[in-house]
Design a protein around this ligand. Structure first.
Ligand code: F6P
Length: 366
């Protein structure tokens, strides 16, 4: 580009079209441009806020039982309209739709599959908080024709098979964070021009961090290894970690993952005794998998507690999975706590108020 800036199109042409990878075939860059167009339209709709006439609930529930906001439905339709016509997709799965959406007759069917959450963190809409969109791209299974790719089985593959993943964050600025398997990169929307411009190349998540994010109101439903980790963070300097931690909770996975990509930290939506099968809250296909792909591409880790999220084989389109992701050393520690617990090796928790660094000891209180 003449002004030295890299737009999303230039990035994709340089990265994918001029250096085709064995995993991603022709057309992936065009598909991602269509996804970006959907994101720009969603950004524009969200900016209008209550003036857009789309605030409030539809009084309906999606496939996983969440109450649908009007904007969940509107943003779902924007994704479908921008991506169904181009001949690059065989089918789509959306959080807001029960089954697979096969590309309708009348449009050619292509070699990719798109799974998306069109509006993540939609409970933040009514309070003008940060929300996002998340997407994951798979290639149609080898040997399948375009019609076979429209069944559930085509989507029920582990996340390490993704050829691209990303999210949009609609905050003070709109950003698109993307990976096509060569690092994680972020583009900022230049709203008056309508271009996504590369602003963060090859993001690296710091290996250590003093920040964790979890919905602490669920503590009574967590397993012991997660309770242990969080308690140790809360104990801070006087506990076994010997440092103070900060806690954050924005109730939008996009916002939490974005913060972790920018400055490190760990995000937990762990196994939870409220959910059948103890799967936690997050959906594998269009929340956990794309975010785990982005985090791993940025040098972080993403586990369920006991295995890598990207190796989990989905049981169903909308299945849920526990997610613990972020700074490598913290996630490794939490994984170790799970292993120690499963082997019966974790010690009962002792409050630091009663150990050698206790606040009640003369040198600490002096
Ligand atoms: O459904 C996904 C989601 O909205 C995430 O974006 C977010 O991390 C989480 O749910 C919020 O959950 P809770 O309602 O427990 O705060």
């Amino acid at each position: 580009m003449q002004d030295g800036r890299t737009t999303l199109s230039k990035f994709l042409i340089d990265t994918l079209d001029r250096r085709p990878s064995p995993h991603a075939g022709a057309g992936l860059s065009a598909l991602l441009i269509d996804v970006a167009a959907a994101i720009k339209q969603i950004a524009s709709a969200l900016t209008r806020g209550a003036l857009g006439g789309h605030h409030g609930s539809t009084q309906t529930f999606n496939a996983t039982g969440d109450e649908q906001k009007k904007l969940d439905v509107v943003t779902h339709e924007i994704f479908v309209q921008h991506c169904e016509w181009d001949g690059l997709l065989a089918a789509m799965v959306s959080e807001e739709m029960d089954g697979v959406y096969a590309i309708p007759a009348g449009y050619p069917r292509g070699e990719y599959l798109l799974a998306f959450d069109p509006l993540d963190g939609s409970s933040n809409i009514d309070v003008n908080g940060v929300v996002g969109s998340i997407f994951s791209v798979l290639r149609r299974p080898d040997g399948d024709d375009a019609d076979a790719a429209c069944g559930d089985a085509a989507f029920l593959r582990p996340g390490h098979q993704q050829v691209a993943a990303g999210y949009a964050i609609y905050g003070p600025s709109t950003m698109l964070v993307l990976s096509v398997g060569n690092g994680t990169h972020a583009f900022t929307l230049e709203r008056d021009v309508g271009n996504f411009v590369l602003t963060h190349t090859d993001i690296r998540i710091p290996e250590d961090s003093g920040e964790f994010a979890i919905n602490a109101s669920n503590e009574r439903f967590w397993e012991p290894p997660v309770r242990r980790y969080v308690q140790e963070c809360k104990d801070g300097r006087i506990g076994c970690r010997e440092r103070d931690f900060n806690m954050r909770w924005i109730a939008s996975m996009v916002a939490e993952v974005h913060r972790i990509l920018m400055r490190g930290g760990v995000f937990l939506y762990p196994r939870d005794f409220r959910t059948s099968g103890l799967e936690g809250r997050l959906r594998l296909l269009y929340e956990a998998n794309p975010m785990s792909f982005l985090v791993e591409q940025a040098g972080g880790l993403s586990i369920t507690g006991r295995e890598r999220v990207l190796d989990v084989v989905p049981r169903a389109l909308h299945c849920r999975v526990p997610v613990i992701l972020g700074s490598r050393n913290e996630v490794e520690r939490i994984g170790r706590y799970h292993r120690e617990h499963d082997r019966g090796e974790d010690k009962p928790y002792t409050s630091p108020l009663f150990n050698e660094r206790s606040l009640f000891l003369p040198e600490a209180s002096a």
